[in-house]
Write a protein that binds this ligand. Sequence first.
Ligand SMILES: *[C@@H]1O[C@H](CO)[C@@H](O)[C@H](O)[C@H]1NC(C)=O
Length: 262
Amino acid sequence: MWHVVAAGFLFFPGLYQLCNHCARRALPGWLEADYSLVSSRIVSSVQGALAAVSGIIVTTSCKDVKFDRHWLATTYLWVLIPYMMYDTYAMYLRHWYKCQDSKVLNGKDHFSAAINSLLQKEFLMLVHHIATLTILVPVGLFIRGDIGDFYVGCLLVAEMSTPFVSLGKVLIQLNLQNSILHKVNGAFVLLTFFACRILLFPFMYHAYGKQFGIPLYKVPFNIPLHCNITNATMMAPQIYWFWLICRKAMRIYRNSASSKDR
Ligand SMILES: *[C@@H]1O[C@H](CO)[C@@H](O)[C@H](O)[C@H]1NC(C)=O
């Protein structure tokens, strides 16, 4: 599987460089941080789409939620290693450029200023990436054994919302936050996030219940405690993020309503 990891280490940074190059050509006069943001968003979208497609293939082909196997489930977990490492670095780089552009280093050296800004603005995302690399991927690759490809697929489907979230950020960057496209995209963000990151959890329990003939509400008592704990731990930040997205959506809706009144 090391060739998959190596390919990821070439693919994600390479795509970033390519996007950066094209963005510079197409949109001259931007700040470094803006090019960096747009490029890393495009790479995230591509990764999100690849993950979601892999997830759909895995979940639809695994009929037995516990024992059926699909090679993509494990392979994609390997892909996540280079991606998460690349993306953590891309986040850092973005803040590095931001500090450079704004020239506010507050007497700190550039490195600590960038780290500070990263920790302040994207703490939860950083924790998410580190937890994925140090817990989720090792568990998925080495600890879970030969079971649960279906559930790995489900978690990959959760990435379905990423391309829409990223597109939203790019549209704001392009000053199109009042466009129809941004509103339509916002609806897709809400929809995909809710369906693939929140409803996903009851769905996983439902799939288990269906196979073993137990009603949904009894499933938590039929699976090991650590499964419930991991599911809850993974779901908690999703609920928090969904709440942030809803708040943002309400603000956009209210703004457009008040601009119509004027
Ligand atoms: C989440 O819950 C399902 C219950 O159906 C379980 O099979 C699965 O293993 C849990 N996931 C984790 C990572 O524990």
